[in-house]
Design a protein around this ligand. Structure first.
Ligand code: T1G
Length: 692
């Protein structure tokens, strides 16, 4: 065995040279890895004993792409293209041996090999679009030559990881090796290639499938049309499509030039910077500085849920989906029956859409038990309370749980706003109390705010984070404060949105600006969807807000066909002249002189106070890092991932600009815009949230 460098070695096994890369954690194409490929292949070529070359990786995976941490830095070492050219132009067959995930640049390296062998558990993909990029090492030109333009369009715009068996069917992989025997399988395949004198298959020369698509621009037009809604606001999907178009319409080397030009535009742009930030933020969020990795985990095998309403039912489904038995408690039989029926209906609807079998439905339902007896939760490892948002009711429930549930169990509340330290005073084991704040619909929304109370133990925290992972959530650990992180920041935006429609804008203006900014829906359309009468009571209403007036007129939102908008029979919203008059009258009655408000002001008034509130949350230690706040807002409130979340967006705009605007608004409109001390400090030091 000859070491090429610190991450690569070349072993000669008879007439096969085996170049092994070993650069944990994912053999990313860092400069040393590129050098190992370049020099290792050359050495194998120069070794007369070698008839074929196998490229394989140690560790958990084949090359999982370019080293994302190198982006934005000065390039060093051999370029990826050099290494790829070394492989593709080798006078001896080079076989890629794939296990784990051959992704991005990793698959692009494999596509310059003459053949690919994989174990059945392996996956291949070009997920660069998830980083706001495109495959910038020939992937957009080579992939369609193997799988065809249609399939390539799907793969590069969805970033899917395709299983080895499917890759074999598509021709992306030439041979499947026995699981656990990749090295042997690849060497045997290499020898077969030599023995059978098979050609050095260069993917770049396989033009049949791209030429067949030439003169069929409808392939791309239909694809764009079918995905317009999904790709809204993103640059990368369109750029990926243009590259596949180039592969169909241009010679290989011209196509590569188009790919390179579009790649450079994306990699230097703000969208990719934002999406790369989110990539690392999604990995950082699980790291808890004061909860050591070896903190004892509480075994959780049985889960109890109190309340079979919308939230309770959705929460239950998460655990059933993870194969965990759930006991759900209600106070009345009809409420329990309704809750259980809703869960079954949700599953049956999913089965109708072909996304699960009826057998899966029955298996999940067989794990679910309904009861009216709180005592049935005595042996649960985790109990999650999802009852009405009222402190007295919550404390009463926790007081009862304290007497019933075994010691060592976790007592969690799904409250979205109440003080969990206060709830914990209802039990003798406050260290067992934690907030698990799910987002509606709880079986769909990916975010979970894990809310640590003053006395919550580290084991309960570590266990809750692990459970979150087990049920497929992304969890952010936050502290107790009104609205925790997500809703606390939401309140800033809602406040300003309500003020703006009094001062001169209309609900549909505010919604349009935030929709164009990339949010799935503006605040007023969202209120109409949720129902304007949540937390509203006819008896107490005094017409003090626009919402009060609308509810009093029975304009309660989509469900009544009218709210801030008027809705047609298909629930399509349109601006309402009635609401316009209500707002004008309301403002006049309040003596407000309405004025022209620009879209820029609407955006800044809605988003900058969110950033400022995020800074306050960090100041108070209610979130560990700024990127956690980004994760909360991207996964819980639809903040556009290509803006990186509110805190990253603040850094992108420039905190000095955010602060200056906040101060300007403060001077005009008061302390709703009072800048946080942290924001002032960062600007004074010329720093960003990312520097924290
Ligand atoms: N570069 C640098 N670090 C990476 C990395 C990468 N490509 N992929 C993972 N890591 C780090 C990650 O931050 C974490 O670090 C550790 O590895 C384990 O990752 C020219 C331009 C491979 C499926 O998009 O999807 O090629 O937190 O926790 O759950 O066309 O990582 O431990 O310090 O995610 O087992 C394209 C990205 C790049 C794949 C493994 N490739 N990676 O998942 O582990 S762009 C990708 C993943 C490109 C070319 C272009 C996943 C994984 P830490 P992990 P995992």
């Amino acid at each position: 065995m000859a070491a090429i460098n610190e991450v690569g070695d070349l072993t000669i096994e008879g007439d096969v040279g085996v170049l092994t890369l070993n650069s944990p954690p994912v053999n990313a194409l860092s400069a040393p890895v590129r050098a190992a490929i370049n020099d290792g292949i050359r050495q194998a070529i120069d070794n007369p004993a070698v008839k074929a070359i196998v490229l394989i990786c140690d560790g958990k995976t084949f090359i999982a792409g370019a080293d994302i941490t190198e982006f934005g830095k000065a390039p060093s070492g051999p370029s990826l293209f050099d290494a790829q050219a070394m492989i593709e132009n080798a006078p001896k067959p080079v076989i890629a041996a794939i296990h784990g995930t051959a992704l991005g640049g990793g698959l692009e390296v494999a596509l310059t090999c003459h053949y690919r062998v994989a174990v059945p558990s392996a996956k291949c993909g070009l997920p660069e679009v998830n980083l706001g990029l495109l495959p910038g090492a020939g992937g957009t030109q080579r992939l369609p030559r193997i799988v065809g333009p249609e399939k390539a369009l799907e793969m590069v715009t969805a970033g899917t990881h395709v299983g080895a068996k499917a890759c074999k069917e598509m021709g992306l992989v030439d041979e499947l090796a026995e699981e656990g025997k990749l090295r042997e399988g690849a060497i045997a395949f290499a020898r077969k290639i030599v023995t059978e004198n098979r050609p050095l298959k260069k993917v770049r020369d396989l033009n049949e499938k791209v030429e067949a698509a030439r003169g069929h621009p409808e392939i791309f037009a239909n694809f764009r049309k079918a995905n317009a809604r999904k790709f809204r606001g993103f640059l990368a999907p369109e750029y990926n499509i243009q590259c596949i178009e180039a592969a169909v319409n241009l010679p290989f080397d011209e196509g590569i030039k188009v790919e390179q030009k579009l790649f450079r535009e994306l990699v230097t742009g703000t969208q990719s910077a934002a999406q790369r930030h989110v990539f690392f933020a999604e990995r950082q969020v699980w790291k808890l500085p004061d909860v050591p990795a070896d903190t004892p985990i509480i075994p959780v095998n049985k889960v109890g849920i109190i309340g079979a309403g919308t939230m309770g039912g959705g929460i239950a489904m998460n655990f059933l989906n993870a194969g965990m038995p759930v006991t759900i408690v209600e106070t009345k039989q009809d409420a329990l029956d309704r809750g259980l029926a809703t869960i079954r209906k949700n599953y049956e609807n999913t089965a109708k859409k072909g996304r699960m079998t009826m057998e899966d439905v029955e298996k999940r339902m067989s794990l679910l038990k309904g009861t009216l007896a709180l005592e049935d939760l005595a042996d649960m490892d985790l109990v999650i309370e999802a009852v009405f948002e009222n402190m007295d009711i919550k404390k009463d429930v926790f007081g009862k749980l304290d007497k019933i549930v075994k010691q060592g169990a976790i007592l969690a509340t799904n409250t979205s706003a109440l003080n969990i330290d206060e709830i914990a005073t209802a039990v003798k084991r406050p260290e067992a109390v934690i907030g698990l704040h799910f987002f509606s619909p709880a079986n769909v929304m990916r975010l979970l705010e894990v809310v640590r109370a003053d006395k919550t133990s580290k084991s309960v925290i570590a266990t809750s984070m692990q459970i979150a992972k087990k049920i497929g959530k992304i969890a952010a650990l936050v502290g107790v404060c009104p609205g925790f992180v997500g809703n606390r920041i939401l309140a800033q935006r809602q406040r300003e949105a309500n003020k703006l429609i009094l001062e001169g804008a209309m609900p549909w203006d505010v919604d349009r600006v935030l929709y164009d900014f990339g949010l799935p829906m503006g605040p007023f359309a969202m209120s109409d969807l949720a129902g304007l009468d949540i937390g509203w009571s006819k008896e107490k209403s005094k017409g003090e807000t626009i919402r009060d007036v609308l509810c009093e007129m029975d304009r309660r939102g989509q469900k009544t066909g009218a709210g801030f908008y008027d809705y047609d029979e298909n629930r399509n919203a349109k601006p309402s002249p009635i609401v316009e008059k209500i707002i004008l009258d309301f403002a006049a009655k309040k003596g407000i002189n309405r004025r022209q408000i620009s879209d820029q002001e609407i955006l800044e008034r809605c988003v900058y106070p969110m950033i400022n509130e995020g800074a306050k949350i960090l100041e108070e230690g209610k979130a560990i890092r700024a990127s956690d706040i980004d994760i909360v807002w991207i996964n819980g409130y639809g903040f556009p991932v290509y803006r990186g979340g509110p805190m990253f967006y603040g850094d992108t705009v420039g905190l000095d600009k955010v602060l200056a605007k906040m101060k300007e608004f403060q001077a005009q409109m008061g302390d709703d815009f009072k800048p946080s001390a942290l924001l002032e400090k960062l600007v004074a030091e010329g720093k960003k949230f990312q520097s924290l």
